[in-house]
Design a binder for this molecule. Structure first.
Ligand code: FES
Length: 143
């Protein structure tokens, strides 16, 4: 009886520890996506978020919608809404190719660096933002 109780207590304790670790893991994962703040006529991100040339980072707008802040291979920076205008899937950064910088994994719509649709079923462009860097922030303004 005692060994049965001890085994059950051990298993319950182990399950609680694993559950807490999973919750902590989820919490730290979601906090890694930077969140833009509303600012005047646009949004700001900390300028430490600006990716290297040829890369993009995911961020969220204050309303929780996904965005991508990018810097082209040539150093041109900007941001787009990452919500596909076809059916709302999250578009992904490709390789910084200005002719197909973003693609949608759901139905393969393609968009250029300015968010203009290039192919696939999407008929509208992604919202595109100019990204201007100052000493502390990256300011995003809708174009
Ligand atoms: S949701 Fe993006 S192409 Fe359909």
């Amino acid at each position: 009886m005692n060994s049965s109780f001890s085994r059950r207590a051990f298993l319950e304790g182990a399950a609680a520890t694993v559950g807490a670790a999973l919750i902590a893991g989820c919490g730290s994962g979601s906090s890694q996506t930077p969140q833009a703040k509303e600012s005047g006529q646009g949004y700001t991100l900390a300028n430490t978020q600006l990716p290297p040339n040829g890369e993009a980072i995911a961020f969220t707008f204050p309303n929780g919608k996904a965005g991508l802040l990018y810097r082209s291979k040539e150093g041109q920076s900007g941001a787009v809404s990452a919500v596909c205008t076809h059916q709302g899937c999250t578009v992904e950064w490709t390789d910084g190719n200005p002719q197909a910088a973003f693609s949608c994994p759901c139905h393969q719509s393609k968009f250029d660096l300015q968010g203009k649709q290039l192919g696939g079923p999407a008929k509208a462009p992604l919202a595109h933002y100019a990204a201007t860097q100052n000493n502390t922030d990256i300011e995003l303004k809708l174009l």
